[in-house]
Design a binder for this molecule. Sequence first.
Ligand code: ATP
Ligand code: MG
Length: 608
Amino acid sequence: MNSPANKATDSNTAADTKVSNFLRQIIEKDLEQGTYASRRWAGSPGDAAHHAAGEPDPAKIRTRFPPEPNGYLHVGHAKSICINFGLAKEYGGVCHLRFDDTNPEKEDTEYVNSIIDAVKWLGFDWSQPGNDKAYQASDYFDFMYCAAEALIQAGHAYVDEQSAEDMRANRGDFGKPGVDSPFRSRTVAENLTRFREMRDGKLDDGAAVLRAKIDMASPNINMRDPAIYRIRRATHHHTGDKWCIYPMYTFAHPIEDALEQITHSICTLEFEDQRPFYDWLMDRLCECGLLAAPSPKQYEFARLNLTYVITSKRKLAQLVNEGKVSGWDDPRMPTIVGLRRRGYTPTSLRLFADRIGVTKSDSWIDYSTLEGCLREDLENKAHRGMAVLDPVKLVLTNWAEAFGSDAHTEACTQPALPHSAVAEGQTPPADRTFQIGKEVWIEREDFEEVPPKGYKRLFPGNVVRLKGGYVIECTGCARDAAGHVTEVHAKVIPGTKSGTPGADSVKAKAAITWVSVMDGVPAEVRLYDRLFAEAHPDAGGKDFLQSLNPDSLKVVTAYVEPSLAGAQPDQKFQFERFGYFVADRLDHVAGAKPVFNRVTGLKDSWGK
Ligand code: ATP
Ligand code: MG
């Protein structure tokens, strides 16, 4: 950060080529073998009979992104969104947005709307011919209930009324097989009656559960008669008080997939142990004719772990609730609304998802990878501009002598994008214009009365260029009683203005950034940094609040050139030498009240 007129140097990454991964291989094989070629699609989700009456499915594959609407999405969800929507797009399929709202207690329409916004903002779309609806799992409650009765009828489910403690004890553990519940041998008729009583509110919350009847000795504990329905008197944000029993996630999720004719149900690794139950349930419900074959299949990938970042919704909520950040959209939050406000672009997040790829083993991605993707996206797009973040006044003491009057000003122009950023055949954007006069703002660190070794900027006797303006020779400074530099003094060398024939007549040791006192605009600049000072803030059950970075936000009053002050909210810039900044979406007012957020520096400088 010390060398003036720093130029972005990390544009060495090649164009995007799709790298194969295990999910692409599975899909390509399924397409080749026609695994799902016989599927039909009735235009909306439904059971076997519904789809049988439909047309052959025009979508080659169907994937889904199934968030629980109980919080704001974060960068990990962005990975999942890019995978699911990305694969569908790539292979001529459709990706469904489905709200997994089967848990009545924690859900809210505020979250539903924020999820819709996030997916659209990332550039994805779930619409298909004749249908642009997002689905919600609660629409399938009636079918789920019927499916549960069908399992009972076929002898595959029973109502268990053991106490919670007994049920837990009888499940066994990794070394010990489970013990059959005394209710396991109930007759079909008895189970049906009891299940209907559960539904009709005749039993208390927690008094009974419906369990799949599979194998209490299975080495996979998830197959030891998992609970599939529970009693829970709670008002659901969508179905209200219609139900007092709700399906368990492990039962609901495969059914949601099947009703929507999903082909590839992609989830994170923690669901791997649930896959045998997923397949068991699909097979049973196909056998009894309720669901259309072929069934969806579940595939697991490693979730995103990002250094210096927390991706647990619960912990993110804690940061918000305890006032450690200003809200879900605080620019330091890894939520999609936070990343967006920070200045991350949809392209940079999609590039990030591509770059980190899809694997089957857990690993950590370095935060600098995300920053690198942003730089790569903005390198050739973000207009350049000068800002002085830690201003001290520079007075050109011979100004009147050189130009006839202290009030004299001159217009300077600089390209909005460097030549190298403009593709061949493309028209470059209009130049920026700003004034130079007797007084300009420069960075305090650009003057040293006694220069350290190798210092090339302003010190008495040294010659530097005001970038895009004149070459000047430093003569000294003024100090206050406490010894602080209050003004830096220099002489302008006439005839050396950038872009004029004499520009190179005097050799400058460095070019420094500046903003003129005359047309520079004061701006609030929020210098954000990583929210956590440790790479793994919540590793090993550590209290993550102890790792908060005390310097994650520093607010300064800067001076910015007119082209920056007139920015539109959400417009991104490269502040020369400092990095990428965005006009804050909410607080910035063009011209009147400029507010900028630092997205990231020009280079990965963390810890260096
Ligand atoms: P959290 O643990 O933060 O509450 P979640 O997994 O409970 O997240 P859901 O709303 O259920 O959140 O997630 C929707 C989808 O996003 C799921 O398919 C889930 O696997 C995926 N997902 C969640 N976190 C990550 C992550 N860190 N990396 C990749 N995918 C993720
Ligand atoms: Mg979840």
